[in-house]
Design a protein. Structure first.
Length: 292
């Protein structure tokens, strides 16, 4: 089976989605993740301007299936907000828009941060997320919303597998929910990824391995359990290259797309080098020497 590996890519004006695919190909990737617009706001370029069909054709020419294209929802969405009703309503509307745009891109998975309960307690946040998902998914389906495992920074919901499981169990439309497993986040949340077989067993017991749709493959600047969420390049953090390589090639996850969200190095995207390292199994100890 083909190793499904890619990275976050941009989507700038002029070539838009087509440019995103070209960027991924420049990294010798066969997968990619992108936003359908700026992640910090709700302004969106109309779909007809985004060169969607040209991008799909280029993917086809390189034998990259559309299921290898992952969309990330904007950061503004916070379904866990129990404090500001306007933010909650706007989050629902934005998520609905992103689901429809993601479907137009041909994507199968939309990664979503569960949200922040804003110091109102995780249970209150979870119930609000369930409420929001029920309302959105009643009208917008045919797209898997992959809830991302979080680091537990501040008032984040979803840093324990049990919280994500509770959201899925409470939703009226569980068939449209999955999980994006972020290695930096789960490490920072306290899971011991060096013992990944047992972490995966716990994930399967609590959530179900069949719901693991996407992996964000990142090292972490922090000690395990720090709950801080600071990504590091592969092999330059506290998780380590060998552990991340083993996760990337775990036999139970062969069909899962892996996406790199590691930092730029001296102004240059590191993804071509990191992807090559993950394919060969040989860590690039000179990564930090690349020049922009």
């Amino acid at each position: 089976m083909t190793f499904k590996i890619g990275s976050h890519v941009g989507m700038g004006a002029k070539d838009y989605y087509l440019g995103s695919v070209k960027e991924a190909l420049s990294y010798e990737a066969n997968a990619l993740m992108l936003y359908t617009g700026a992640p910090q706001n709700s302004v969106r370029t109309p779909l007809e301007k985004l060169k969607i069909e040209e991008a799909k054709q280029l993917l086809k020419e390189h034998d990259i299936p559309l299921e290898n294209v992952i969309i990330h929802a904007p950061y503004l969405i916070n379904l866990a907000n129990t404090v500001n009703p306007d933010t909650f309503e706007n989050s629902k509307k934005m998520l609905g828009v992103e689901i429809e745009r993601s479907k137009a891109f041909g994507a199968k998975y939309l990664v979503l941060h569960p949200g922040s309960h804003l110091k109102m307690g995780s249970e209150a946040g979870i119930q609000k997320i369930i409420e929001g998902l029920n309302e959105v998914l009643a009208e917008h389906q045919d797209m898997i919303v992959a809830l991302e495992t979080m680091a537990g920074k501040g008032a984040e919901v979803g840093w324990r597998f049990e919280e994500i499981a509770e959201i899925i169990a409470g939703c009226k439309y569980p068939e449209w929910l999955g999980v994006c497993f972020d290695t930096c986040h789960t490490h920072d949340a306290g899971y011991d990824l060096a013992d990944f077989d047992n972490v995966l067993k716990e994930f399967d017991r609590v959530i179900g391995l069949d719901r693991l749709n996407v992996i964000h493959l990142n090292d972490s600047m922090n000690e395990r359990g720090a709950r801080k969420d600071r990504h590091a390049n592969l092999g330059y953090g506290k998780i380590g290259f060998d552990t991340l390589y083993n996760i990337a090639h775990h036999p139970s996850l062969e069909n899962v797309v892996k996406i790199l969200e590691t930092p730029y190095v001296n102004g240059t995207a590191p993804y071509k080098y990191e992807i090559a390292s993950l394919r060969s199994g040989k860590w690039d100890e000179h990564l930090m020497e690349i020049k922009g």
